[in-house]
Design a protein around this ligand. Structure first.
Ligand SMILES: [Zn+2]
Length: 165
């Protein structure tokens, strides 16, 4: 009765070791944050959009191991803050245009999944801009996360104008 017990313990031990090796391999494999390609990225810096219109998002993402998911978030830049990324300052291009009330500012925040097992993906998203939001400077924020949890951020300053202007 003693021998089988030892064997099953040994089997369980070896099994646990194999699981550890597998999970370690996964953790070690991906040490690089995912990449957001700059070429043909939409929206482009300082692009102008209109309320009630559609904001077309187009970009290519890549990871050396496996892509995970991404988040698109849009918030007002009425206070002209920056994010420490390569933020282009295009306030001058918008001179003469005041912004609307902060209370009515457009807020957008949406998570998107990328199909499993992808290393490169072209993303196309159409975001409807509400008709009744404040015009002014906004930030388009893209957060790309790979399957291992590394994150890459891109901030794009855009302008929103009232339709008809
Ligand atoms: Zn911002």
């Amino acid at each position: 009765m003693r021998k089988p017990l030892l064997i099953s313990t040994a089997v369980a031990f070896v099994g646990a070791m194999m699981l550890m090796v597998v999970s370690c391999e996964n953790a070690v494999k991906d040490t690089t944050p995912p990449a957001i390609h700059e070429a043909d990225f939409l929206p482009a810096d300082c692009d102008i959009y209109y309320t009630g219109d559609t904001l077309l998002v187009h970009w290519v993402c890549e990871d050396d191991a496996e892509l995970g998911n991404y988040n698109i978030e849009i918030h007002n830049n009425f206070d002209h803050h920056t994010h420490g990324t390569s933020n282009v300052d295009c306030d001058d291009a918008d001179s003469g245009h005041a912004h609307g009330s902060v209370e009515a500012a457009w807020v957008y925040n949406q998570d998107y999944a990328i199909p499993r097992g992808q290393k490169m993906q072209t993303i196309e998203v159409a975001i409807a801009i509400p008709a009744e939001v404040s015009e002014g400077d906004y930030h388009f924020m893209l957060r790309l996360t790979d399957h291992a949890g590394w994150q890459t951020l891109k901030a794009v300053p855009i302008h929103l104008r009232k339709a008809g202007e």
